[in-house]
Design a protein around this ligand. Structure first.
Ligand code: PMP
Length: 408
């Protein structure tokens, strides 16, 4: 029967990585994958993660036992506080169910699976609305669990900023009770985030339509460098009383990519039986988790927990976050300045207006392919660059290459 299995296409992003590795040019530049690199284009183990790692390795009690089904409680509880704030009424009122997941991808999946089973409002839509564009994996994650997907406008090609009117119109036109996937901060792939005032407008439309917010938070601390500020949208929606879910990744902000440390959180809206609803939701999440992975991975969670539960290490983590976000902001400034100095046709303010790991350059697919074949520069076909791939040694080379392909 396996004869009937058709060949699937290679994942576009991982295919790009493979091509980059195979390229022998000394000039090659990797602007594809969303992973932080230091000024020498090397992976960066956060100093605070090194410290936590050492603490764990020197612990004579360290073992490799199973975690509970819902994960390491000292990790998931601090992870929830990071998003909601330690003084959050939702936490005090026991309206939050948190489950450790296989990083942010696993959290999106567990959330999708949970909604596919339990999001049943009589006569209502179960469609998940995704921003156009969004992280490509969102499409298959929600499709795989049987939820229909649709898109709402997000990126305005003209301004290279947010299409707030288009977005609000689409949310207003969507059937009541739709599920709306929102990037909490540092939108992937565009680097364009709503302002807090715009988030409020979005929330108003969503409340009027009784839509269900599904926040994907993969870059807390990466957008502004400030953990609280980057959680602003989520906290606003909670203040407004929404019931919502959050997929949380610690891949980028801890540099724990391969350790797969993440959480899924459900927050009930305030009501007299909110705590009881939350207990029931937690019980169902545990069943789903058990059938899929039984127990989440221990080591990354222990590293994050060690940092999140120690005042001094937590302060050091914030410094490490500023190192990463600061270097990215410096590269945004350098790239824009160089393009403007060269007089490259077009406007380049969006490079510094956009935030987080990525920038949507506005380069066309033809220009992207030319950058790859003629200059050994690797980026996704939609013109997205990972800012973390730029450094003081290659930013001029990249700007000159962009200048050439834009003029051709
Ligand atoms: N959501 C978004 C928007 C992302 O960009 C990513 C990382 N590329 C993730 C979720 C999840 O990543 P991970 O599974 O590595 O935590």
């Amino acid at each position: 029967p396996a004869d009937a299995v058709p060949q699937a296409p290679e994942d576009a992003l991982f295919g790009l990585m493979r091509a980059y590795r195979a390229d022998e040019s000394p000039d090659k530049v990797d602007l594809g994958i969303g992973a932080y690199r230091d000024d020498n284009a090397k992976p960066w183990v956060l100093p605070v993660v090194k410290k936590a790692d050492e603490i764990l390795r020197n612990d004579p009690e360290l073992n490799h036992e199973y975690l509970p089904i819902a994960g390491l409680a000292s990790f998931t509880s601090r992870a929830a506080e990071l998003l909601l704030s330690p003084s959050s009424p939702a936490l005090a009122e026991k309206r939050v169910a948190s489950v450790q997941t296989i990083s942010g991808t696993g959290a999106c999946h567990l959330g999708g699976l949970f909604l596919s089973k339990f999001y049943k409002v009589a006569g209502a839509s179960r469609t998940v609305y995704l921003s156009n564009p969004t992280w490509a994996n969102h499409n298959q994650i929600f499709t795989n669990v049987g939820l229909p997907i649709a898109q709402y406008p997000y990126f305005d090609k003209k301004t290279k900023g947010l299409d707030i009117e288009g977005m609000k119109r689409a949310l207003a036109d969507a059937p009541d009770h739709s599920i709306i996937l929102l990037h909490a901060c540092a939108h992937n792939p565009t680097g364009v985030d709503p302002t807090l005032a715009q988030w409020r407008e979005i929330a108003e439309v969503m409340a009027a339509k009784k839509h269900f917010p599904f926040f994907d938070c993969a870059y807390q601390g990466f957008a502004s460098g400030d953990l609280d500020r980057d959680a602003g949208a989520i906290r606003l929606f909670l203040e407004l009383g929404f019931e919502l879910v959050i997929a949380q990744s610690f891949a980028k902000n801890f540099g724990l990519y391969g350790e797969r440390a993440g959480c899924f959180h459900f927050v009930a809206s305030p009501s007299s039986n909110a705590a009881e609803i939350t207990t029931r939701v937690a019980s169902q999440l545990a069943i789903l988790q058990r059938s899929e992975i039984s127990n989440p991975p221990i080591y990354g969670a222990k590293i994050a927990s060690t940092v999140l539960n120690d005042k001094a290490l937590f302060a050091e983590w914030k410094e490490n976050l500023l190192t990463m976000s600061g270097r990215i902001i410096a590269m945004r400034k350098a790239l824009r300045a160089k393009l403007e100095e060269l007089g490259t046709p077009g406007t380049w303010n969006h490079i510094t207006d956009q935030i987080g790991m990525f920038s949507f350059t506005g380069l066309t697919e033809a220009q992207v392919l030319k950058l790859r074949s003629e200059f050994h520069i690797y980026m996704t076909k939609n013109g997205r660059i990972s800012m973390a791939g730029l450094n003081t040694k290659n930013v001029d080379y990249f700007a000159r290459a962009v200048d050439k392909v834009v003029r051709e």
